[in-house]
Design a protein around this ligand. Structure first.
Ligand code: GDP
Length: 200
């Protein structure tokens, strides 16, 4: 399950502008600052991959990358940019929802969760929205190397707390993987997971 080749294909402003193709795809999603760019770069091991959806306030686009000519890694706009409390709800534009609900080739959403902080309402809302709409997800916990916290809990404790809340809403607990872009933890596991899902 190695990434040999990554090709940027397209940025789409609307779900219906996404590439017309039947190759399977995996969408990567998470709160701003969750470590999405770092994880993508660690997966593809090519720093020059530009993530146009990165900056808050910039145009939000769906970015398709073709991996090994056989599957897509899709970089989705992040959520939770705004600091205002009333903004701490699912504020996806209809186009992101349109993508999830209409993209037939979507195999799974890789939902990134920052393991260095306690469970965040917006992440739980996101997971629950995807669950309610029967969109398969894999939890990808990021920053699992951050063991030296002065206050608060350790990543493994935050992950346990998160899983406990999720368990109340999901009949079957989605798969999950612990990762770190600093140490490379979980990189191979995630790639193996993707290749297994592709072969179902
Ligand atoms: P994005 O906004 O989701 O694309 O997040 P970035 O990849 O830009 O990362 C946000 C911040 O978290 C940066 O300061 C990164 O250096 C840091 N970060 C990202 N991944 C990790 C990780 O695995 N471990 C640690 N310790 N820090 C990380």
């Amino acid at each position: 399950a190695k990434i040999k080749e990554v090709e940027f294909v397209k940025s789409s402003a609307r779900a219906r502008d996404c590439p017309v193709d039947d190759r399977p795809e995996f969408a990567i999603l998470g709160r701003s600052n969750v470590g999405k760019s770092s994880l993508i770069n660690s997966l593809v091991r090519r720093k020059e991959i530009a993530l146009t959806s990165k900056k808050p306030g910039k145009t939000q686009l769906i970015n398709h990358f073709l991996v090994n000519k056989s599957w897509y890694l899709v970089d989705l706009p992040g959520y939770g940019f705004a600091k205002a409390p009333e903004a701490a709800k699912m504020d996806w534009s209809s186009f992101t929802k349109g993508y999830f609900l209409n993209r037939n080739t979507l195999v799974a959403v890789l939902l990134l969760i920052d393991a260095s902080v306690p469970p965040q309402k917006i992440d739980l809302d996101c997971a629950n929205w995807l669950g309610r709409n029967n969109i398969p997800i894999t939890f990808v916990f990021t920053k699992c190397d951050k063991m030296k916290v002065t206050k608060g809990k350790r990543p493994d404790e935050n992950i346990r707390d998160f899983q406990e809340i999720i368990r109340e809403n999901y009949k079957q607990h989605p798969p999950w993987i612990m990762t770190s872009s600093v140490t490379g933890l979980g990189r191979d596991e995630l790639l193996l997971h993707i290749s297994q899902l592709r072969n179902y």
